[in-house]
Design a protein around this ligand. Structure first.
Ligand SMILES: Nc1ncnc2c1ncn2[C@@H]1O[C@H](COP(=O)(O)OP(=O)(O)OP(=O)(O)O)[C@@H](O)[C@H]1O
Length: 124
């Protein structure tokens, strides 16, 4: 019979690698830092206007969606730069498509943010 177990030490090690990756993106990706700035402003506005729990949930999902897309985009860029350091049309297309994912996530978050904060700004 198969025996299953959880190796917590290994899981902790994986967390360390993931945070290393996050630090790498933060240090080297201007766009990621821009998204963090936008995140800080949005969270600040959330507290300032005391948005509802449902609105916080949406804000958290939007932030997760955009930062995750940005991190995947960075991973894709690094993979392309590694595999195709010289200009190549296919490499360019891969980067453009990965960047489109960030655009879509950011666009949805932007529109969602307007829908959430619009009424609060109208009451100022
Ligand atoms: N190896 C390549 N071959 C062909 N076109 C490329 C290649 N690398 C980049 N490009 C083109 O240049 C664009 C910008 O690439 P780059 O890697 O500078 O992205 P970026 O978003 O500016 O990255 P960074 O976040 O590192 O500033 C790509 O979207 C692609 O159109």
């Amino acid at each position: 019979m198969a025996r299953f177990s959880i190796n917590f030490g290994k899981s902790l090690q994986s967390f360390k690698y993931a945070f290393k990756g996050l630090l790498e993106v933060f240090k080297n990706e201007n766009n990621f830092r821009f998204h963090l700035l936008a995140t800080s402003i949005t969270v600040g506005m959330g507290f300032y206007f005391s948005v509802t729990t449902t609105e916080w949930l949406f804000i958290i999902v939007f932030i997760g969606m955009v930062t995750m897309a940005e991190v995947f985009n960075t991973a894709m860029e690094k993979m392309v730069d590694w595999q195709s350091p010289d200009p190549n049309p296919q490499a360019g297309k891969i980067k453009d498509v990965a960047a489109a994912a960030v655009l879509l996530a950011s666009g949805a978050a932007f529109v969602g943010g307007i829908l959430i904060f619009y009424k609060y700004f109208m009451c100022l």
